[in-house]
Write a protein that binds this ligand. Structure first.
Ligand SMILES: NC(=O)c1ccc[n+]([C@@H]2O[C@H](COP(=O)([O-])OP(=O)(O)OC[C@H]3O[C@@H](n4cnc5c(N)ncnc54)[C@H](O)[C@@H]3O)[C@@H](O)[C@H]2O)c1
Length: 368
């Protein structure tokens, strides 16, 4: 078992990673089961693919289980579902001493964490992420949220889990497209500040895609270690350090908005294309080499991720995409902080990007 510490001053916690960890989970959860009872929140895909084995093991350990099943997809991160979930938790007499377990992808983790934050002014919660994206990104760091009419993740809070339990074996049932979406976030950590990890991704992508559990575990461990380090430095995104985790997200969110935040373009796919664009734009500004930008596109393409506007289904006017960016929640004081790069592993936050120039760049990109 690999254990990574998220070294926060007020709420430190551990991330446990091991293929086959599902079998150990009942023992690990037992100390968190108030009166022997655990409340699991999951979605209907997870109920089908992951829950049966975990349920059997928890029952064998004499744990009392209650489950709340959300519908699949981003639509579950809504006021309506939050109300149903909190009503259900209250009807089950959930106390602050309970630990609510989020078993699923980022959608389940985000709404469960937010419900735990607001219920009785803060209940405990545990993350058991079951998508690659959730295992390497959303389950760590304590950002929780639902969506509103005005945009994604605009209603939320920081609420750290008591622990994160990651079993890379549960990815076996994940659809290939969802797996690829998570790979984008893995590659992101190399691009931010770890060129050696990017090289490692290049060397090991084939085995990762083929399902090699040793390689998958190492990729997950290195990713969460990077996220834990950055979050420990800047838990609430105040110093600019945590903002580096948004590499590819400004372009990516614009692409997601253009495709209606739907399964036409998954979040990770938007991030992949966004990272390609951020590096090509950096190359255009003379900040990094064309070669670096090319290497990134090649690696992402090997993971079946989109790297051009056409592949992302966004062959539209550049100004339209810039307009989407201006609605991004990361707008600060009327300016849009942009993540650019001086090379692989050398991402930085730039506050003075000319948006008219970005629109022109995006129009040039349409020819790819
Ligand atoms: N909190 C954060 O820091 C953070 C960071 C990144 C993304 N997010 C959020 O995460 C969400 C996206 O997360 P996601 O990509 O995990 O999406 P998701 O939760 O919708 O899961 C993707 C799909 O995989 C299915 N699934 C989950 N586990 C499975 C398994 N083991 N086998 C088969 N199917 C399985 C789900 O039912 C769903 O259909 C977005 O809402 C995004 O805003 C949050």
């Amino acid at each position: 078992m690999t254990i990574v510490k998220v070294d926060l001053k007020s709420t430190p916690y551990h991330i446990h990673i091991k293929p086959g960890l599902l079998q150990d989970i009942p023992d690990m959860l037992a100390p968190f089961a108030r009166n022997g009872r655990l409340l699991f929140i999951l979605d209907s895909n997870v109920e089908k693919h992951v829950w049966p084995a975990l349920k059997r093991q928890c029952e064998a350990a004499s744990l009392i289980l209650e489950t709340f099943v959300l519908p699949v997809g981003e639509g579950a991160k809504s006021w309506d579902h939050l109300e149903h979930l909190t009503d259900w938790l209250l009807s089950h007499h959930t106390e602050r001493g309970d630990s609510i377990v989020a078993l699923g992808g980022g959608v389940v983790g985000d709404i469960t964490g937010f419900a735990a934050h607001i219920l009785k002014r803060g209940c405990g919660f545990i993350q058991i992420p079951t998508t690659l994206l959730a295992q390497v990104d959303s389950s760590v760091g304590g950002k929780t949220a639902i969506n509103s009419k005005a945009g994604k993740n605009l209603i939320g809070a920081f609420h750290q889990p008591a622990m994160v339990l990651i079993d890379p074996e549960v990815l076996v049932s994940l659809p290939p497209r969802e797996l690829a979406a998570g790979i984008a976030e893995v590659v992101k950590y190399g691009l931010i500040d770890d060129a050696e990890f990017f090289d490692w991704c290049e060397s090991n992508m084939q085995q990762f895609m083929a399902g090699d559990l040793v390689i998958r575990s190492e990729a997950i461990t290195r990713s969460v270690s990077a996220k834990a380090r950055i979050v420990a430095e800047d838990e609430k995104e105040l110093t600019g350090k945590r903002a580096l985790l948004n590499l590819g997200h400004t372009f990516g969110h614009a692409l997601e908005a253009e495709t209606g935040f739907s399964d036409r373009l998954l979040h990770g796919e938007g991030v992949a294309c966004g990272m390609g664009l951020a590096f090509r734009y950096s190359a255009r500004l003379g900040l990094c080499s064309e070669d670096a930008a090319q290497r990134i596109s090649e690696l992402l393409a090997r993971a079946d991720l989109p790297t051009t506007l056409k592949q992302a289904g966004c062959d539209v006017d550049g100004q339209k995409l810039v307009d989407h960016m201006l609605h991004d929640k990361k707008m600060s004081g009327g300016t849009l902080p942009f993540l650019l790069a001086r090379g692989i592993g050398e991402t930085f936050l730039s506050a003075d990007v000319d948006l008219a120039d970005v629109a022109e760049f995006l129009n040039e990109e349409r020819a790819r």
